[in-house]
Design a protein around this ligand. Structure first.
Ligand code: NI
Length: 175
């Protein structure tokens, strides 16, 4: 396994639209292991998307099970070709990102979502998510479409915040 380099703003690859995964083979599984090791390395991250390490494919990992306040979640999920099919409600919340290490921001997201995806073997999956997990998933799917949370701020003046401390386990969590 290997720690992969995380692309940071303004790397133009973060603005690309990623391609669907079509081959569910050993090479993909090796990449997933590397991506997970990278997520767990350094500052705490509840999620990571393949394009953040320069692989422009539709694959994300999220794990909301270690957040400080317990909220409903499905634990660690490797989601290939995730697609949000339903949105409900709106909620403003703070987000961070491994690719935007010096800032956090307030972003409006749907409170509840439904999604389809595939597992690393290509089997079909379906989920309903709410709250923090729904937010994390929406953030990661945005990466697959070349969007960062800073692209979704209502106002850069009032909704973008410089991080005071950059430390492992520091709040707020990065996505
Ligand atoms: Ni992110």
């Amino acid at each position: 396994m290997a720690i992969l380099e995380i692309l940071k703003l303004p790397d133009p690859r973060l603005k690309e639209v990623s391609e669907p995964v079509e081959r569910f083979d050993d090479e993909l599984h090796g990449f997933i292991a590397d991506l997970e090791e990278t997520r767990l390395h350094g500052p705490a991250a509840v999620g990571i998307a393949a394009p953040q390490v320069g692989r422009l494919q539709r694959l994300v990992i999220i794990d909301c099970s270690t957040t400080r306040k317990p909220v409903p979640n499905h634990g660690r999920l490797v989601l290939v070709n995730p697609e949000i099919t339903d949105w409900e409600g709106f909620e403003l919340g703070r987000e961070g990102c491994l690719s935007v290490p010096d800032y956090t921001g307030n972003v409006i997201r749907a409170e509840r979502i439904k999604l389809t995806a595939q597992d690393p073997r290509g089997e079909a999956l379906q989920f309903e998510m709410e709250g923090y997990e729904a937010r994390a998933l929406q953030h990661e799917v945005d990466h697959l479409d070349g969007m960062l949370f800073v692209d979704r701020l209502v106002s850069r003046r009032t909704d973008l915040f410089q991080r005071k401390v950059y430390q492992k386990g520091g709040k707020p969590r990065r996505n």
